[in-house]
Design a protein around this ligand. Structure first.
Ligand SMILES: *Cc1c(COP(=O)(O)O)cnc(C)c1O
Length: 364
């Protein structure tokens, strides 16, 4: 008999839709029409062609993606994009702008610094990354090769309400922890990337959505390895070498689930509803204290503190015993973090809110 599922609040790898997992289980021994497992099919087979092409088509549909963008499935995680972006888009004599709003955007900035000149176009580091800078606080250079930011800050629990207007400068977005949680303003995007394991599928594949003119102009330097050039993967339809077949298959199923659930606008409504319920529970009492500025709060990663670190440890431990798993804050910041991605059901948030009230009653 299958083990019972807990409520999973892990930050990543994270909860996946139960219906998708059931579908994977049903078809795991033999995919319909293939007679073999998706784990066994050749990446050069018609079966894989169909899986990949359908996944790309469904991503185009669910995002309303304009024609002049490419959809790529790569490896190396979001972390590899920290290097691929400058290797492809930052000319040796150029400069790129980075907004620092958290641990990951800082890592992206530091990695790019190995390959050229990088400039901080905005930062909330002195405030513990507790908010997103206002549009007026950004210092953007017209001559920048691109502007990089992380749309959602997984560790600090903040999220851009809207993407900034970077004018003619291509905007590069690390959307690893809020990809497809809401509609994407592609008119503002040059390149968007996301490791799949937070909101999109299992670990092992990275989604990159990139504008055609950027691919044509890249790489802007010599000596970039074949595997690290966007043009390689555009030309080969994400099959330059063996792609992560199973992870792509699962991302395809998750996107189909998004379409069946009503698409990104409906997903945004659900995510807002879940986040509001949780933030209201935090704001109702001084026992819990949200760490993000209210206008910068994330709808994906809800971070909060209790009056003392010992209480936070007890909270996380007792929650786990009650079937609410993965609530410990990132080791670099401590506290409590509830990651409530697309596939996190409302019942999980209801259960967490009830647990919070009970915990305060017994420990407050
Ligand atoms: C998790 C995360 C990363 C790192 O992703 P990997 O796929 O493990 O490389 C980068 N950026 C953000 C915003 C993240 O949440």
């Amino acid at each position: 008999m299958a083990a019972e599922r807990v409520f999973n609040f892990n930050a990543g790898p994270a909860v996946l839709p139960a219906t998708v997992l059931a579908e994977v289980q049903r078809d795991l021994l033999a995919l319909p029409d293939a007679g073999m497992s998706v784990l066994e099919v050749s990446h050069r087979s018609a079966t894989m062609d169909a899986i990949l092409e359908r996944a790309v088509a469904d991503i185009r549909q669910v995002t309303g993606l304009p024609e002049h963008f490419h959809v790529l499935f790569l490896q190396g995680g979001a972390t590899q994009q920290f290097a691929m972006v400058p290797l492809n888009l930052l000319p040796p004599a150029g400069s790129a702008d980075y907004v620092l709003t958290g641990v990951w955007s800082r890592k992206a900035y530091e990695e790019a610094g190995q390959f050229g000149t990088v400039r901080v176009a905005g930062s909330t580091e002195s405030e513990g990354f507790s908010r997103i800078p206002a549009a007026g606080d950004l210092d953007l250079a017209d001559s920048a090769a691109y502007l990089h930011l992380a749309s959602n800050n997984t560790i600090c629990g903040t999220q851009w309400r809207a993407l900034p207007d970077s004018g003619e400068v291509p905007l590069v977005v690390d959307a690893s922890s809020d990809i497809f949680s809401r509609p994407i303003e592609f008119e503002r995007v040059g390149l968007l990337y996301a490791g799949a394991q937070k909101n999109l599928g299992p670990a092992g594949v990275t989604l990159v959505i990139v504008r055609d003119d950027l691919v044509r102009r890249a790489p802007t330097r010599s000596g970039v390895p074949t595997m690290l050039r966007y043009a390689t993967h555009v030309g080969a339809g994400s099959r330059h070498n063996t792609p992560p077949v199973f992870a792509i298959y699962m991302v395809g199923l998750v996107v189909r689930w998004l379409l069946a659930t009503g698409g990104l606008a409906e997903m945004a409504r659900r995510n807002e509803r879940k986040a509001r319920e949780l933030y209201e529970a935090i704001d109702r009492t001084p026992f819990y204290r949200g760490t993000a500025a209210p206008d910068s709060r994330s709808s994906m990663n809800v971070t909060f503190r209790l009056p003392a670190p010992e209480l936070e440890t007890r909270f996380v431990d007792e929650a786990r015993q009650a079937g609410l798993v993965g609530l410990r804050g990132h080791r670099s910041v401590g506290g409590v973090r509830a990651s409530i991605y697309n596939a996190c059901p409302e019942a999980a948030v209801d259960a967490l809110v009830a647990f919070m009230a009970e915990f305060e009653r017994t420990h407050g």
